[in-house]
Write a protein of this length. Structure first.
Length: 62
């Protein structure tokens, strides 16, 4: 249950980060915020959790 929750949270963070990066073209000031937010997400979830979540998402779409 803990791992599933971690995957869900990691997936949500990835979506938010990617959405923030998509806004960079319109709001240059958001670049630093997006980078900092991405680093914070990596620190909270852990690189392994993010990688696993990405793999799970890719498997789900494939």
């Amino acid at each position: 249950m803990t791992t599933a929750f971690t995957h869900v949270v990691a997936g949500a963070f990835i979506v938010i980060v990617s959405f923030s990066l998509s806004l960079v073209a319109f709001m240059p000031d958001g670049v630093c915020m997006a980078i900092v937010f991405g680093l914070v997400a990596l620190n909270l979830i852990g690189r392994y959790g993010v990688i696993v979540a990405v793999i799970e998402v890719l498997r789900g779409r494939a």
